[in-house]
Ligand binder design. Structure first.
Ligand SMILES: [Zn+2]
Length: 413
């Protein structure tokens, strides 16, 4: 029988984690162990898509590749997906590390005019070209750590013009680097300085002018809000999220990071894709997530480390209760300056007590599914995009084991 042509044949794979359950949707923690792991696996790639996954012997019998790629014993996993990042910033905020070292809290830094509002000043001053150059650099750092796709939020502009500039910079950054980007509008990141005394007016502008304009221009697939005492109250968040949902945005939410004001319950009631942070999640919030079954718990385990915060999201409780989860970096200039998912895996394993496989599922299968991209990213399966992450590790137990090491590199045609 004539062999079928393919563009690439990936072989010599130490262990091949397909993360493919064979059916759509999330996989509960106890079932992860049953996902296929191939010891002598190989992948055939044709026209940028996975054509076949199976044993190396079987594939070599069936396919005539134009090129053979030998991984020399490395692990192959689906291309890593970072489901929570803030790459549209113009300047870092490294000096705040010193302020924290002198005892200032995140909230005190915000009150001083530092924090998110100082990033807002820098983004407003930057031209679109300058901001794009920064986004390109941020995407390249993510790619250098094995990330092939990411959710990317605006949110440091906080005017229509500056949010459009941010989302356009994200789009241009994606085109320049080949990063697959799922953009999110985060106009409700913080109430900008000029609306400090009239936050309701800012929410009104977001609902009546900004959200419709962003949607019309097709610049974002989701809308996000930071629900906290010092950011957006529950009532204001509800107004904003309801409007976004009516327009057709998917919803993602920052909540339960410092204070519990019921943000998780609100997000679930509105059918949000994810609620992220959850360091101070209440039992009522946990119950809401369990009942939902589709709203993902966005775990950002590196953030409490950066903020010197003791509390961690109750990951074990969430996983045990059957709540779907993802693990992301929350890459941003203030509360988590790392673009590395392998580093997030380290913190997920140390601080959240996840297994290596639970961490990996949280940055492949589950991250892609939570972003509505579970039919093309997050698995190695026929028809899926041929974007993979190679891990130069002896086995998956080593994923997130070494702190400060980067075992990941990406492969795509
Ligand atoms: Zn965030």
């Amino acid at each position: 029988m004539a062999r079928k042509p393919c563009d690439y044949l990936l072989c010599g794979i130490g262990e091949l984690y397909t993360m493919d359950s064979g059916s759509p949707g999330f996989v509960a923690a106890p079932d992860l162990e049953s996902l296929p792991v191939l010891a002598n696996g190989a992948v055939a790639v044709l026209n940028g898509k996975v054509a076949f996954v199976g044993s190396e012997t079987e594939l070599k019998e069936q396919y005539e590749p134009a090129e053979v790629v030998n991984l020399k014993g490395a692990l192959l996993v689906p291309g890593l997906v970072d489901a929570h990042t803030h790459p549209a910033f113009a300047e870092g905020r490294a000096e705040e590390f010193d302020w924290r070292a002198r005892g200032l809290s995140y909230l005190e830094i915000a009150k001083r005019g530092g924090g998110i509002l100082s990033s807002v000043r820098a983004v407003r001053e930057a031209s679109e070209e300058e901001l794009t150059a920064q986004v390109v650099a941020h995407f390249q750092r993510m790619q250098a750590h094995g990330t092939v796709a990411c959710e990317a939020k605006s949110g440091y502009g906080l005017t229509l013009e500056d949010e459009v500039k941010s989302l356009r910079a994200i789009k241009a950054g994606a085109e320049a680097t080949g990063m697959e980007v799922l953009p999110t509008f985060l106009g409700a990141h913080m109430v900008p300085q000029e609306f400090k005394e009239k936050p309701d007016r800012y929410v009104e502008i977001l609902c009546e002018e900004v959200l419709p304009a962003i949607f019309e221009q097709g610049l974002a697939r989701a809308a996000d809000v930071f629900i906290e005492d010092h950011a957006f109250t529950l009532e204001r968040a509800e107004r904003y999220l309801s409007r976004a949902s009516d327009l057709g945005f998917a919803l993602r939410v920052h909540s339960d990071q410092f204070a519990n004001v019921g943000g998780t319950e609100l997000a679930v009631s509105l059918g949000a894709e994810s609620v992220d942070h959850l360091e101070v999640l209440s039992d009522a919030g946990l119950d809401a997530l369990v009942t939902s079954g589709t709203t993902c718990a966005g775990l950002l385990p590196t953030v409490p480390h950066f903020l010197r915060q003791d509390a961690d999201a109750p990951a074990h409780k969430l996983l045990k209760a059957g709540v779907p989860w993802f693990v992301a970096t929350d890459f941003n200039p203030g509360s988590c300056y790392t673009a590395s998912l392998p580093e997030a895996a380290h913190f997920a394993r140390i601080r959240l007590n996840l297994t290596a496989l639970e961490a990996l599922a949280g940055m492949t299968l589950h991250a892609a599914t939570s972003l509505g991209a579970g039919d093309r990213l997050g698995r190695i399966a026929p028809g899926y995009e041929a974007r993979f992450t190679i891990l130069d590790l002896p086995d998956l137990f080593h994923f997130g084991y070494g702190l400060g090491e980067n075992p990941a590199r990406i492969w795509s045609p």
